[in-house]
Design a protein around this ligand. Structure first.
Ligand SMILES: [Zn+2]
Length: 156
C-alpha cells in the first residue's frame, strides 16, 4: 500500500515513513501534482485539503481525508483504516527521502558517524539517495516508544 501526502500532513508522512510505509510527500501541496502522482503510481492520497476534490474529475484515484488536525490521531487513523500492521517495518526507509535503506558495512561508515557510535554499533544502514546513515541508537529507541504509545501497540 502506497500513499501520496500533501503539505498539511507533513508530520504524518514522516511518521509513516519511519514505520516503513511508502509515502511520497508533495511539500508544495500542489493539488494537480498530487492527483497526477496518485494516478500514475497508484498511491492513495492523504490530505486535509478539500480543494483536491475539485481536481478529481476524470481521474481514477483514491483519496482519504484525515478528520483530525493532530498528527498522532492521524497516524493511528491511517494505520487502522488501511490495516497497515503487517506492513510496518520500522526504520527500513529514509524518513527524509522515502527511499528504502540498504545495509552498509561498518568499514563504509568509518569517519561518517560519531566515533563512539562507530565503536559501539555493529549494524548500519544507509539511504541510497541522500546518503544519511542510520543505526539503532537512543534516538530510535525513543521514537519507537513514542510510536508504540500513539498506536497503542508495541512497535518492534
Ligand atoms: Zn534519504
Amino acid at each position: 500500500m502506497k500513499f501520496v501526502a500533501d503539505s498539511m500532513v507533513g508530520k504524518l508522512s514522516r511518521w509513516l515513513r519511519i514505520l516503513g510505509i511508502d509515502v511520497v510527500y508533495v511539500s508544495s501541496g500542489d493539488a494537480d501534482e498530487i492527483v497526477k502522482i496518485s494516478e500514475n503510481e497508484g498511491r492513495i492520497i492523504l490530505t486535509r485539503n478539500s480543494d483536491i476534490l475539485k481536481k478529481l474529475k476524470g481521474h481514477r484515484v483514491w483519496i482519504y481525508f484525515l478528520s483530525s488536525e493532530k498528527s498522532e490521531v492521524q497516524l493511528k487513523e491511517v494505520v487502522e483504516k488501511f490495516d497497515l500492521w503487517r506492513e510496518i517495518k520500522p526504520f527500513s526507509r529514509c524518513s527524509v527521502c522515502n527511499e528504502p535503506l540498504v545495509a552498509v558495512s561498518k568499514e563504509e561508515v568509518r569517519g561518517k558517524v560519531p566515533f563512539y557510535v562507530y565503536q559501539t554499533v555493529e549494524h548500519f544502514e544507509k539511504c541510497p539517495k541522500c546518503g544519511r546513515i542510520y543505526w539503532e541508537g537512543s534516538h530510535i529507541s525513543r521514537l519507537k516508544e513514542k510510536l508504540s504509545k500513539i498506536l497503542g501497540r508495541e512497535i518492534e
